[in-house]
Design a protein around this ligand. Structure first.
Ligand SMILES: C[S@@+](CC[C@H](N)C(=O)[O-])C[C@H]1O[C@@H](n2cnc3c(N)ncnc32)[C@H](O)[C@@H]1O
Length: 262
């Protein structure tokens, strides 16, 4: 049985229309979305890499959210990457088959359950946040410093982003921002002005998919999380314990399977 689901309406936004369309079909047609994944996944198992590249071509021609879901689960380290023309250009992850359809179907139905009250919007974050008001909570996950052009060809303007944080502070909107951090020996340090936030946390989030992609090393990542409010201490320790339990379960599984790059 699925537990708690928030009853109040929430909003989620991104500038990539295909990503938002994917969340809409997951919310509204979970059964069909799971079936569409299974069809593509079975093709990959039977026909091999040509099926992946045909589905990638199909996505670039039609922008089908079901193609995108398949690509995101079978491409190298699950990284959704677009070239300058806006075409999906990550390759097939040859050494793994992609998440099994039965497992993904369960997840899709769970996600669908939780996101029923969510309104999805394509657009700039400032547009999505326009009506945020006192008492609202915003979760912000912008491109990191040092990841120029990774998601969209245009650069993310951090100075404008800080202005928006200031506006949210003035409007009494609480926010949680995942922003930068440390991956292996590299530090993606943000220049976020300290007066904008009240708390900075370092949360271990596993291994970097980017260094896995480059196969240079297996960098562990500590992500910085900023809050413009003081959370209750029990909420903080719950979040940290949840993360650590999840990570230690995952690394145990990887060790058992003798995998370095999973
Ligand atoms: C670090 S990723 C976060 C992705 C997502 N939260 C997740 O966990 O999969 C940064 C996201 O910011 C989006 N983005 C970039 N510029 C944006 C803008 N001006 N307004 C809204 N979203 C933007 C990118 O398309 C990308 O999906």
């Amino acid at each position: 049985m699925l537990p708690f689901r928030p009853s109040s309406v929430g909003m989620a936004g991104d500038v990539i229309p295909e990503l938002i369309q994917l969340w809409i079909v997951i919310r509204d047609e979970p059964e069909l979305t799971a079936k569409e994944y299974e069809l593509r996944w079975r093709r990959l198992q039977n026909e091999g890499h040509t099926a992946y590249y045909e589905i990638r071509d199909s996505f670039n021609a039609t922008r089908s959210p079901n193609d995108l879901l398949f690509l995101s689960r079978t491409c190298v380290n699950g990284l959704i990457r677009f070239n300058k023309n806006g075409d999906f250009n990550n390759s097939l992850h040859h050494t793994r088959p992609g998440i099994a359809p039965e497992r993904l179907s369960k997840l899709i139905h769970q996600w669908s359950h939780y996101i029923q009250p969510v309104i999805f919007a394509v657009g700039d974050y400032r547009q999505t946040l326009t009506n945020a008001q006192t008492g609202d909570l915003a979760f912000l996950d912008p491109p990191y410093m040092g990841t120029k052009g990774r998601y969209i060809p245009t650069n993310f303007d951090f100075e404008e982003f800080y202005l928006e944080l200031e506006r949210l502070n003035d409007a009494g909107v609480r926010w949680v921002l995942t922003f930068d951090g440390v991956a292996g020996e590299r530090t993606y340090q943000s220049t976020i002005p300290p007066h904008l936030y009240k708390v900075q946390l370092g949360l271990p989030t596993g291994n970097s998919p980017f260094t896995k992609l480059m196969k240079t090393s297996l960098d562990s990542v500590v992500e910085s999380v900023y809050l413009n409010f003081e959370p209750p201490p029990e909420a903080l320790s719950q979040a940290i314990n949840f993360r650590q339990k999840k990570l230690s379960r995952r690394s145990k599984q990887q060790m058992q399977q003798g995998r370095l790059f999973n």
